[in-house]
Design a protein around this ligand. Structure first.
Ligand code: BES
Ligand code: ZN
Ligand code: ZN
Length: 494
């Protein structure tokens, strides 16, 4: 998709007009039409029923031009959340109607508290996300030439303003592209996305954007004392990897460290998953995809913030060499992990990454993981769970979640929960003792490996898109928008 910041006169064959229930069209959008056309449009709108937010009506004018009306819903309920959804719906509808080029009345998507630059960035990101589909495994993908659509984000402004707004659109597009790249990694089937292949893809991505990357193989992982990554990964014929990626524009600045769970397929291990529970587990490396594409995105946007990504990648498989319930693994910190359940593998590999982060003198460490099914039980599919030991991060994580579109809701890390993860024969147990509160038990386990300001995101609830997201089926790319926004926020604080 091509996204341009244009004037209303640049393209008028198809015009997209976002409308509240009052159906009042902006002066700028009206300027695209003759009086006769305006009369036709008004008559049309009078007859049409109000639609719920995101729904569309279209009108084919006698002049041969399309007008697409997209409902913004009730004025009182208009928010940045709705603006994201409507931006996506515009692209979905243009594609459905086979319209290849259109102008959008972009100011009509504006929200209080967001200046024009910020707003155009958001619109661009969401439109690029809506343009994505994962069809490289379809035979028809080869035959059908993918239609490349052009969307003009129309705004009446001066030439100098347009320059500024155009770069906002370009930045927003980069963020959307990185979200989509993370979705490609996550959606790729487990057999085609082993730890070595993931490392290879990461390396290629980093090379094209001048991001430093180091890849450790299974020998180095064992030499470094990462008993967790090795323990989980050794049962598979495809051996684990550990990735370190770096964007370090500043000398002597404490880094933001991002840690992502990279389980390329989660069978559950010897505590094998039953029924349908294994189906989407090729996406169990979605935290890892988010981290790699975030660091690349942060580099592409030249964010003046040191960021290091740590990514343990392993397949949780079944064989004679699989780790077993009752095994006791020694993590990089020396703390021992008593394996109660081999399906709680994410926290075991993250323990080594979090332990390693202790050497990096971090400003803040945030890990992201498809960690627990229980997070879906707690929050449904709309919010990610987050935890933090850092008071300042409580509001920061939630606010940046809201601003970025990756919504975050906090759960407690109280010491009363500590007994849940006390080991009997080892230091820490990898599951809680109670059958309740599994998401908190996961976070309490990770907390044992942390001695710095830290936040944990359990992204299991939003691993895949859901009805109402208006995004392609499959991985949603959670975390990329959030981490890029976070790095920019922290850079501004310095
Ligand atoms: N990868 C799963 C969690 C998951 C489930 C993510 C559904 C996304 C969708 C994780 O490794 C897991 O299996 N967790 C167990 C933990 C339990 C054994 C303590 C779970 O949630 O059941
Ligand atoms: Zn598991
Ligand atoms: Zn898992």
């Amino acid at each position: 998709m091509k996204l341009l910041c244009s004037s209303f006169q640049d393209h008028t064959n198809a015009v997209v007009i976002p409308l509240f229930e009052d159906k009042i069209i902006s002066k700028d959008a009206s300027s695209c039409f003759s009086q006769e056309e305006i009369d036709t449009i008004q008559l049309f709108l009078k007859q049409e029923q109000s639609l719920s937010c995101g729904a569309a009506h279209y009108l084919f004018l006698p002049s041969g031009r399309y007008v697409l009306f997209v409902a913004k819903g009730k004025k009182e309920q208009w928010s940045i959340r709705n603006a994201r959804i409507v931006s996506r719906c515009i692209v979905v509808n243009l594609k459905k109607l086979h319209i290849n080029e259109a102008s959008v009345d972009s100011r009509a998507l504006g929200v209080d508290g967001y200046d024009e630059e910020a707003m155009l960035e958001v619109i661009a990101t969401e439109m690029v996300m809506a343009d994505f589909s994962f069809d490289i495994y379809k035979q028809s993908h080869q035959k059908e030439k993918k239609r490349d659509i052009t969307v003009h984000l129309a705004i009446a402004c001066s030439a100098s303003e347009r320059k500024v707004l155009s770069s906002a659109v370009a930045r927003g597009s980069i963020i959307g592209e990185e979200v989509n790249s993370a979705r490609v990694l996550s959606n790729t089937p487990g057999s085609d996305m082993t730890p070595a292949i993931f490392a290879d893809r990461a390396q290629k991505g980093c090379e094209s954007h001048k991001v430093e990357i180091e890849v450790w193989d299974e020998n180095k992982i064992q030499d470094m004392g990462m008993g967790g990554v090795w323990g989980v990964g050794k049962g598979s014929v495809v051996k684990p990897r550990f990735l370190i990626v770096k964007h370090e524009p500043n000398a002597r600045q404490k880094p933001l460290v991002l840690v992502g769970k990279g389980v390329t397929f989660d069978t559950g291990g010897l505590n094998v998953k039953i029924g349908n529970a294994m189906y989407e587990m090729h996406m169990d490396m979605s935290g890892a995809s988010a981290v790699i594409r975030s660091v690349i995105g942060i580099a592409r946007l030249n964010v003046p913030m040191n960021v290091i990504g740590l990514i343990p990648v392993a397949e949780n498989a079944i064989s004679g060499e699989s780790y077993k319930p009752g095994d006791i693994l020694t993590s990089i910190t020396g703390k021992t992990i008593e394996v109660m359940n081999t399906d709680a593998e994410g926290r075991v590999i993250l323990a080594d990454a979090l332990g390693y982060a202790q050497q990096l003198n971090p400003r803040l460490v945030i890990d992201i993981a498809t960690l627990t099914g229980a997070a879906l039980g707690a929050l449904g599919v709309q919010a990610n769970a987050f935890f933090t030991n850092d008071e300042k991060s409580e509001t920061m994580v939630r606010d940046i979640g809201e601003k970025s579109g990756d919504y975050m809701w906090q759960l407690p890390l109280w010491e009363e929960y500590e007994r849940e993860v006390k080991g009997v024969f080892g230091d820490v147990a990898n599951t809680g003792k109670s059958r309740y509160g599994g998401t908190i038990a996961g976070a309490m386990f990770l907390k044992e490996f942390v001695d710095y300001p830290w936040a944990h995101i359990d992204m299991a609830p939003t691993m895949i898109s859901t009805n109402g997201d208006h995004l392609a089926k499959g991985a949603k790319g959670t975390g990329v928008r959030f981490f890029i926004a976070l790095a920019r926020h922290l850079a501004n604080e310095m």
